[in-house]
Design a protein around this ligand. Structure first.
Ligand SMILES: [Zn+2]
Length: 281
């Protein structure tokens, strides 16, 4: 497997070890459960963002890590623990991906979008990072993943029919339950919103994965690249999302402050207490 080999000098015996590790991860299976669906109201964006923060803070019990994603060799691959606040802060610094979901869903309702598999129009918003591959779902068992992309990523979609995907194991589990997967590609600059069927996914082998292999193999999970069908359906012309992105960032940072206000007060108290000790001592 040359994707792993590019992180090692030629003939390095550790390559086989990492390849085995990737194979084991590929075998990991997940039970597919239907995603929770809900109908967005006027405050859809806030609800999604609060849901994400809540998930990070209260339900994600695993340790959070920062990987050196620019590492080019295995020896440079590196993983550091990070606080839940740092993780949330990073997560909320680019909320557009999440915020565009209700926007797209609403537009699809307006243009009377039909499910490509069953022609039904009762498409529900899945939403959030918990619902793997299921930003929107049709009751017939068709899942739609929404990806908001810049013009460079869009080029990759148009020229090579490839795009970063989500969890590898959930895709496999869903496929075993006959779920049909589609990708909805939303260009950030406006222009046509595309619908393409996902042919299959490939495991993503990058510096982050190798860092997990080295430092925390039991916490590793495979991400994926999605390989899309050549056939494309233009759904509607989107609006440029710059202003909307700014708005979402403002909402996200406000929510982050409110959500972590309690912790912030504790940190502040500790700091004051420590400082008092230092200055009086
Ligand atoms: Zn359907």
């Amino acid at each position: 497997m040359h994707l792993v080999a590019r992180f090692f000098p030629e003939g390095d015996p550790r390559v086989d070890d990492v390849c085995d590790f990737v194979e084991r991860l590929k075998q990991r299976t997940a039970e597919y459960t239907p995603p929770v669906t809900w109908i967005p109201g006027a405050n859809a964006v806030e609800t999604i963002l609060v849901g994400e923060l809540h998930y990070l803070k209260h339900e994600n019990t695993g340790t959070l890590f920062d990987a050196n994603v620019r590492a080019r060799t295995y020896d440079d691959c590196d993983l550091q623990k990070r606080s839940i606040y740092r993780a949330a802060q990073d997560y909320m610094s680019s909320p557009l991906g999440l915020c565009s979901e209700p926007l797209v869903w609403q537009r699809l309702r307006e243009v009377e979008f039909q499910c490509p598999e069953c022609r039904g129009t009762d498409i529900q918003l899945g939403g959030g990072s918990k619902a793997a591959w299921a930003d929107m779902v049709c009751p017939c068992g068709t899942f739609f993943e929404i990806k908001t992309v810049n013009k460079w990523v869009m080029k990759g979609v148009v020229n090579r029919n490839q795009l970063r995907g989500g969890s590898y194991k959930y895709f496999g589990a869903q496929r075993r339950h006959d779920v049909k997967h589609y990708m909805l590609v939303v260009p950030k600059e406006g222009r046509n919103v595309l619908l393409k069927r996902i042919k299959y996914v490939q495991p993503k082998i990058d510096a982050k994965l190798l860092a997990f292999h080295k430092c925390a193999p039991e916490e590793a999970s495979l991400k994926s690249h999605a390989v899309l069908e050549r056939d494309t359906r233009n759904l509607f012309i989107g609006h440029p999302l710059d202003d909307y992105e700014q708005e979402c960032k403002y909402i996200a940072s406000t929510l982050l402050r409110l959500f972590f206000a309690h912790d912030a007060r504790i940190i502040q108290k500790c700091w004051k207490y420590g400082k008092k000790n230092v200055t009086s001592g």
